[in-house]
Design a protein around this ligand. Structure first.
Ligand SMILES: [Fe+2]
Length: 239
């Protein structure tokens, strides 16, 4: 994608009311969005606490050195009320987008069965589909459920690979919980060697969407705000 295309794009920063999105099946589906570089908005925060036990049960990410990241990963197709988890598969990124783990077949535990029944999870997926205008029946959504842990003895690094793209068309970073942490500023960039065009500590109920073809992202380490462990919970959804 050329720089001129990026320059013509509109940048959206809108914090909309955290009301439940109405998911309406549009026939034929709307074409996916190409008119944005990044976009910040709210998503329904009601019921987010129901997700906590699912994050508490996340297994450790075996592909990093350290104990600061727990995660699961699944692919879904379908509308939020009829999500179909696809067959178990590896997660692979190319070396061009991930110098640390690119080219490695990473196998993560699937999201737990029950999570797709929770209204809070469905609202997150609905927010993703609604904003991006993707056809959820034909566009696979990769859902990463991630907890970054920190403690007085260590900080948690959400992006050990540094400033990067994920290698998809769209990325949505949904903040579900910040528990006794400071930091974790999410930064967006047009180029790795330029200053960020957006920086924000995402709060629970906030999502930032990026056009992953054009925009790089990075999140600062998470540190405890008190003399005990803390964590930050997110869903990162790619399509
Ligand atoms: Fe990423």
């Amino acid at each position: 994608m050329g720089g001129s295309d990026v320059a013509r794009r509109t940048i959206h920063i809108i914090l909309s009311p955290r009301t439940a999105p109405t998911y309406t099946r549009i026939s034929p589906p709307m074409p996916p969005r190409t008119d944005f570089s990044f976009h910040l908005q709210g998503f329904p925060a009601a019921g987010l606490s129901e997700l906590r036990s699912y994050f508490d049960r996340l297994p450790l990410d075996p592909y990093i050195t350290g104990i600061f990241r727990r995660r699961r990963f699944s692919h879904f197709l379908g509308t939020p009320d009829r999500l179909k988890r696809l067959d178990h598969t590896y997660f692979v990124q190319s070396r061009s987008v991930n110098e640390l783990a690119g080219g490695i077949k990473r196998e993560f535990a699937e999201l737990e069965d029950g999570i797709a029944q929770l209204p809070a999870f469905r609202a997150i997926v609905a927010t993703y589909i609604d904003y991006l205008g993707i056809d959820p029946e034909t566009t696979e959504m990769g859902v990463h459920q991630i907890r970054i842990l920190c403690a007085p003895e260590f900080s948690g690094d959400p992006a050990p690979e540094g400033i990067h793209k994920d290698g998809f068309d769209y990325v949505g970073i949904f903040c579900v919980e910040r528990h006794d942490v400071v930091g974790a500023n999410t930064h967006l960039y047009r180029a790795k060697d330029q200053p960020p065009i957006f920086s924000r500590e995402l709060q629970p109920g906030e999502v930032v969407f990026t056009d992953d073809r054009a925009i790089f992202h990075y999140t600062d380490p998470v540190r405890p705000s008190a003399d005990h462990p803390g964590h930050r919970d997110v869903f990162v959804i790619t399509a």
